[in-house]
Ligand binder design. Structure first.
Ligand SMILES: [Fe+2]
Length: 350
């Protein structure tokens, strides 16, 4: 994990600590005018947001970065004395786990409830979505006619036999997607769907979403299930081979149209930690992150979509046009994630 402080626009690297090694910031350095942010996002553009927040409010942001599991373990081991004010992470499944562990407290904020659509925040205010990620289909332009594509459900059709690439069931993005299918169709139908997807896999799951995209481009399969921003990163990469791979692909947003429930959309989000020593600063920080300017920067850093309507999109994202989103609350598919993992396991989705 690394730790940094943002003071009046200046980013200072304060060093690197191994997991659980030195739980120090609050005791030694945290001041009343601080907010301590534990983040599993690692984007340089997020840094600018933190320094802007400090410039606007005078509140200093102390940042601890690590993986979600590291940060959760750290907050738990710090216990009631944890300096953590905010936990910022990706995927509703992880937000759900944090809430279940009792590590978030509810926040009632008019700013948050008026700016963030209800389906992208916890119904009782335990966390709030800050950016959106769509789980889309990336297909080989020269081997798949987009007219063949329609819904996640239709990927169960035998015509896709040995053509689909998707990462492991241990990945929380898949657990959330399958959690949404459970909500729509129930356990039995989702179990059948998962079996059919396994039969249609081009190879046993390996690697992350980017690996699936590169594999489709290389001809290992015809279609990948991936979060949209992995495609955006390939398309905008400094690496020519990655840009060429993206050029062989196109994106399809499933479950559109009058009868569709919309493309599955997940969130990056954050909540105020139950034991937050600077609760007011933490709420102010979340409210700042849903402001128009912060939204544009926050979402662009990761090529996600802003959660606030009307905020300008990156031109590449805008080029895909508007799409219909599944309005299912992220708290619901987060909750369903465990059942989803069980279903995928039983289907042989490794
Ligand atoms: Fe990701």
């Amino acid at each position: 994990m690394r730790r940094r402080t943002f003071v009046r626009g200046v980013t200072t690297a304060l060093g690197v600590a191994a997991v659980g090694a030195v739980p120090t910031i609050a005791t030694a350095q945290s001041q009343p005018g601080d907010v301590n942010v534990y983040s599993s996002r690692h984007y340089d553009t997020d840094d600018r947001l933190y320094s802007d927040f400090t410039a606007q409010t005078g509140v200093r942001v102390n940042l601890i970065e690590g993986t979600e599991d590291q940060l959760l373990a750290r907050i738990q081991s710090e216990g009631a004395n944890s300096p953590a004010d905010i936990l910022l992470t990706v995927d509703a499944g992880r937000l759900w786990r944090t809430e279940q562990a009792g590590l978030f407290q509810p926040v009632a904020s008019e700013v948050l409830t008026s700016r963030v659509p209800a389906n992208l925040r916890h119904p009782e205010g335990f966390w709030v979505g800050l950016a959106k990620r769509a789980r889309v289909l990336a297909y080989a332009k020269h081997r798949v006619d987009p007219a063949e594509l329609s819904t996640y459900e239709a990927l169960a059709d035998p015509k896709w036999r040995r053509r689909i690439l998707v990462r492991s069931s241990s990945n929380v993005y898949n657990q959330s997607l399958v959690g949404a299918l459970i909500e729509a169709h129930g356990l039995d139908a989702t179990q059948q769907w998962a079996r059919a997807i396994v039969a249609n896999m081009a190879r046993p799951p390996q690697g992350g979403d980017s690996d699936q995209l590169l594999a489709v481009a290389a001809g290992a399969g015809d279609l990948a299930i991936s979060n949209h921003y992995y495609y955006a990163r390939l398309a905008m990469s400094d690496n020519a081979a990655q840009r060429e791979a993206a050029d062989k692909l196109a994106l399809f947003f499933p479950n559109q149209g009058p009868d569709g429930r919309g493309t599955h959309v997940n969130v990056s989000g954050a909540g105020v930690v139950a034991t937050a020593p600077h609760r007011d600063n933490a709420v102010a920080f979340l409210e700042y992150l849903v402001g128009d300017a912060a939204q544009a920067v926050f979402a662009r850093g990761s090529m996600e979509f802003p959660v606030v309507e009307g905020v300008e999109l990156h031109p590449l994202l805008a080029s895909w046009g508007p799409f219909q989103e599944d309005p299912l609350n992220a708290a619901t598919f987060g909750y369903n994630g465990r059942g989803a993992l069980f279903i995928m396991d039983r289907a042989g989705w490794r």
